[in-house]
Design a protein around this ligand. Sequence first.
Ligand code: HAM
Length: 423
Amino acid sequence: MAIQSIRGMHDLFGEEIRRWQPVEKHIAQIFADFGYQEIRTPVMESVEVFTQAVGEATDIVEKQMYVIERDRETVALRPEGTAAFMRAIIQHQLHRQPQPQRYFYYLPMFRYERPQKGRLRQFHQFGAEFINDPSPEADAEVIALLDHIYRSLGLTQYEIRINTIGTTETRALYRKALENYFAPHVSKMDPEAQSRFQRAPMRLLDSKDPALAPLIEKAPLITEHLTPGDRAHYEAMKKALKHLGVKFDEDPRIVRGLDYYCHTAFEFVSDLLGAQSALVGGGRYDGLAERFGEKPIPAVGFGLGMERLLMALEAIGKLPTGLDKPFYFFAPLGEKAYEVLYPLSVELKKNGIWTEMLYEKDKALKGQLKQANRLQARNAVILGDEEMAKGKVLIKDMEKGTQDEVALSGLSEHLLKRAKANE
Ligand code: HAM
């Protein structure tokens, strides 16, 4: 077979990329409106960035990372953005600026997973990370921001599921409770579940094994182990969400598959997506900095999967067509006309108007108009000897088929005005 891209990694071009672009622009604008500044981290990091931050016993680190050995360095392709983000914040001491700071990134992520609909090996995330603000209102703002992104794109068919996973101490107690609960059943578990039990019993709650489902159903909940402080943060966060008019469901089983979370954990799920139903996941991660040897840095954020967002928009017919068309197609007939229209075509481009023409000096009108149609140009600007003699140019509306004559002198201003009037 001819050489191909890697399974689960796709080329984006043509109509598809044109559909992505307006959505990307829309989201970037919302981030700007909410006071987010962009950050771009390298595509690779030392493997420790992810093993320390995301956790050794997580699926992402254990099974899904692309790891490369070079000289004596072990590096990994970024499987997620938060660990790399925090590495950058600490490296540049950005958290020392005392004020709350909001960052976003739009970057490809790499996970060695079994590809299926909505699950890729290279996918794209819009990530938001809000640091130096420990308040529950910051968590609620981040969730409201997401809700606004989806709704403003016309997507409303999703549920916002929230939970609290408390502090490290809470989770240590919960871990004990889960160990006690699952221990009598370990011998009947498959090796995968047994390994989860040994290394990270909370991960058992994420298990998709149908044999475990009834057991998981009755497992103790983290909400039964919360401290008064955990509870206060959670209650205040829910209150803030209500103030912002964001509707949510509480789901005490959301534990998230990354170790760095504390307090708020959330997911937006949509039945438009099939098996991979999570549109976005996120939460608070005040303790992540400590995993890098720093003092705690209050932080909350999310990762929004672009491919899944586009799938959902497509399912409801809200995907932008993204089809932009040349405004003018220049059709000169003969050398003299060519010399007039060629510089004009480039001049209009410089003025932000999409023009096209064929750089062939003796092409018949029919062939040129055929090309204009192929490109779906809105207007053809036709200049032949006859028009030159009259000092006129023909402008043909390619959709309506109507045409009108305008003066050759001052043509540039006229075309500019006409295009601007159409914006
Ligand atoms: P995550 O839940 O691992 O969180 O991923 C976030 C989102 O990325 C998912 O909800 C999904 O939309 C998308 N996604 C994940 N894996 C794939 C895949 N294989 N193919 C397509 N889309 C995928 C994180 O990555 C955290 N860093 C989020 C975060 C930021 N938490 C705090 N700040």
